[in-house]
Design a protein around this ligand. Structure first.
Ligand code: UDP
Length: 250
């Protein structure tokens, strides 16, 4: 377990999963850290790490160094909790991108945080924003944009987003594209918090249905999503590899 103090003065405790640091945080603690990042006004990056992302980092040096340099890496899957437990390090709970987005929207209504949604197919981020404004009246989503643009337009898109001066930028373009976008453009955008949130806009817009509550409780939402969405099958194939690498590691 590594313990260090961050630029914001907050104490950070991480557990290494296949060489990647994952923060030992509950949802509540993650929210406290994020509130500290917003207050600091310095750009900070949050990654929600799931098992397939950790597997990708093993063979993608750019993504690996992004994970190593992130300011907060939350445990986004049950596989990460399992891998930590095998090392005798208990992580309190899953802190997923979907749940973080929901909590931050609720907080934005109280604190006036400016939120920007970048990613997903045209119309989806706007639909997600509309639904969240209804769920949390006062939730301050200041702008949305779809995530289908070529990589060589990253800086142009970043300049557009920067005009909205977001406190928290959510990027939903899939792992690791979203993290690479954030790393490259955060100096342009300057948001105190930038988080990759995968398919979250699809979930909140209603494009993807969340699993029934019982399946969520059993931590089997990933299985539900995989069955419902063939695009996820490739991701699911990373899970046996993750398990194998964890079982093999000391
Ligand atoms: N997406 C995007 N731009 C792209 C490719 C994907 O905005 O160039 C969006 C896609 O529409 C979806 C999200 O990125 O909303 C990826 O969702 P997924 O659940 O596959 O992400 P994961 O967290 O599994 O990587």
């Amino acid at each position: 377990m590594a313990v260090q103090t961050q630029a914001t003065g907050q104490v950070r405790e991480t557990v290494e999963i296949l060489g990647m640091p994952v923060d030992r945080v509950s949802m509540e603690q993650a929210m406290e850290r994020i509130a500290g990042f917003v207050a600091s006004k310095q750009p900070q990056m949050v990654v929600t790490a799931d098992s397939s992302g950790i597997v990708q980092a093993q063979t993608d040096p750019e993504f690996r160094s992004i994970l190593e340099g992130a300011d907060l890496v939350t445990p986004d899957s049950i596989g990460i909790l399992w891998a930590a437990r095998r090392k005798g390090k208990v992580l309190p709970e899953r802190v997923s991108g979907v749940d973080l987005l929901d909590r931050i929207c609720a907080k934005s209504a109280d604190k006036g945080w400016r939120l920007y949604f970048l990613g997903a197919e045209p119309g989806v981020a706007e639909m997600a924003a509309e639904k969240l404004r209804l769920k949390y009246p006062g939730c301050n989503i200041v702008g949305t944009r779809h995530g289908y643009f070529p990589g060589d337009s990253d800086d142009i898109v970043a300049a557009e987003v920067a005009e909205f001066k977001p406190d928290v930028l959510f990027v939903a373009m899939g792992i690791p594209r979203q993290e690479k976008f954030i790393k490259r453009t955060i100096p342009i955008i300057g948001a105190p918090v930038a988080i990759g949130v995968g398919g979250s806009f699809d979930v909140f817009s209603g494009k993807t249905r969340r699993a029934p509550k019982l399946i969520q409780k059993l931590s089997l939402e990933w299985l539900w999503r995989t069955v419902m969405n063939p695009r996820k099958w490739r991701k699911a194939l990373a899970l046996p590899r993750f398990a194998w690498l964890v079982l093999r590691s000391r």
